[in-house]
Design a protein around this ligand. Sequence first.
Ligand code: 6PG
Length: 232
Amino acid sequence: MTSAPELIACEDRAEASRVAADLLGGAIAARLKTMTSTSLVVSGGTTPGDCFDLLACRPLDWGRVTVLPSDERWVPASSPDSNEALVRSRLLRARAANGQFLPLFREGIEPEAAPPVVAADIAALPPPHAAVLLGMGADGHFASLFPDFDGLEAALDTSAAPGCVAVRTDGSPHPRISLDLPALLLTDTLVLLFFGDEKRAVYNQALAGEGGYPVQALLAQRQVPVQAVWAP
Ligand SMILES: O=C(O)[C@H](O)[C@@H](O)[C@H](O)[C@H](O)COP(=O)(O)O
């Protein structure tokens, strides 16, 4: 049983990116003291780029770290919409250039066929993840667990086995694959990084158990402490 989410309100987005990079880098360094290898789960989108730039320059033993997305658009890494492309361009470079990457997108199959294959690859990583970095949409989604996802209730069930889900919703131009909430909780360092007043209002509502947002389930669980990092 852990405490309620902690919010770190920063002066600006540069500070927030630095705070998040420090939390993630510290968790990786700590894990590598006791394990031969570890993993880092990261969100995509427009928020984490500066955090990735900073984390990429941290003197960690990146060859022992596998990075994987919390979710992925069902597009090849050559697509500008790919989270793999974002991670490879902004995180797996500089000191982190020799970090490993575990893709969620699999060429030649439909997203609906991917969850068991991807879940098996993730399960082969030494648990728990050193850290999980999540973002949040203005609709209160995290990873690809969107409000209109028809499998949302099951994906947010923290009593279920960890897994992955294929997601098709009107709100996303691409089908997606996403880790579900139990899979995202396989860590003891979970950072939620988000910017702007609109998302702060959503966070506050969700924290109060209001609004019916997917992120409410993340903030309500007490298995893993959530460190929310925010800037205007
Ligand atoms: O694939 C993605 O886009 C992310 O994993 C997603 O969950 C993201 O964190 C939110 O949509 C916030 O996106 P922004 O950072 O662009 O606001």
